[in-house]
Design a protein around this ligand. Structure first.
Ligand SMILES: Nc1ncnc2c1ncn2[C@@H]1O[C@H](COP(=O)(O)OP(=O)(O)OP(=O)(O)O)[C@@H](O)[C@H]1O
Ligand SMILES: [Mg+2]
Length: 237
């Protein structure tokens, strides 16, 4: 079976406002899937609901064939779902290494190994291991956020807003590292990315959201050629 995550007919929201109407999203093993679409269309809500930070209102979330929608965040992390969140949510007054260690609570026995593994992907974090997270650049904070998620040895790494606020060279480097992580570890990555050309370049498949629904999906290589996508999201004719 090559499906890792299967979200079917998912509904979720906040208080009495339904945001996700009936969302269907799949992530296969060893695949990068991108999500993009207008502001407020429910991309972050989807990731939070998959991670268990938000309650699902209806539909089913399956991970490796098992229904997970009533599991706690902790249980989902143990099964292999990690989220690197928008705005990074790091402990800014703690060191880089302390932040990484916080991500490792499910894998205490492999702490040293995983620290070295994360430092090998992100040498800049190794150099700054004693520095405060609050003193890092934006790009380094994003690396730390992803590194912290990797400390739990996820099978599915979710990243909300990969490139937000970062310089193009930094984003390019991050994209390279993600491709390397996928190739070396065989994990899947579900990434929300506003920069549509980047999203389509690094992913195998993509979903486009609008008003809490998937309005378009397909292979990224096909989507990037589509006139409607090029006009709406890439400002190209
Ligand atoms: N904590 C919250 N309480 C109430 N409503 C919320 C909350 N978070 C988000 N919403 C609303 O839910 C809708 C979807 O928000 P969400 O953050 O999922 O969108 P998004 O696609 O990630 O947008 P963006 O591109 O701006 O990050 C929006 O209308 C938003 O105002
Ligand atoms: Mg968002």
């Amino acid at each position: 079976m090559d499906i890792l995550l299967e979200v079917s007919d998912l509904k979720a929201g906040y208080r009495d406002v339904e945001v996700l109407k009936s969302v269907n999203v799949k992530v296969k093993k060893k695949e990068i899937v991108a999500i993009f679409g207008s502001n407020g269309s429910g991309k972050s809500t989807l990731l939070k609901t998959i991670a268990g930070l938000l309650k699902h209102w209806g539909g089913v979330i399956r991970f490796l064939g098992r229904v997970i929608d009533n599991l706690s965040v902790e249980e989902r992390v143990k099964r292999g779902i990690s989220l690197a969140v928008e705005g990074r949510r790091l402990f800014l007054g703690m060191s880089v290494e302390e932040n990484l260690i916080l991500g490792a609570w499910t894998k205490r026995d492999k702490l040293k190994l995983n620290l070295e593994r994360v430092y090998s992907y992100f040498p800049q974090l190794a150099e700054k291991r004693k520095a405060l997270a609050g003193d890092l650049s934006g790009g380094q904070q994003q690396m730390l956020s992803i590194g912290r998620a990797l400390m739990a040895e996820p099978k599915l790494l979710m990243i909300d807003e990969l490139s937000l606020g970062l310089a193009p060279v930094v984003v390019e480097k991050l994209a390279e590292i993600l491709l390397k992580i996928k190739a070396e570890e065989g994990i899947s990555i579900l990434v929300v990315e506003q920069e549509v050309s980047l999203a389509l370049e690094i992913s195998e498949r993509a979903y486009i959201f609008d008003l809490g629904e998937v309005v378009e999906e397909g292979n990224s290589a096909d989507l990037i050629k589509k006139d409607s996508i090029r006009r709406t999201y890439l400002s190209l004719s």
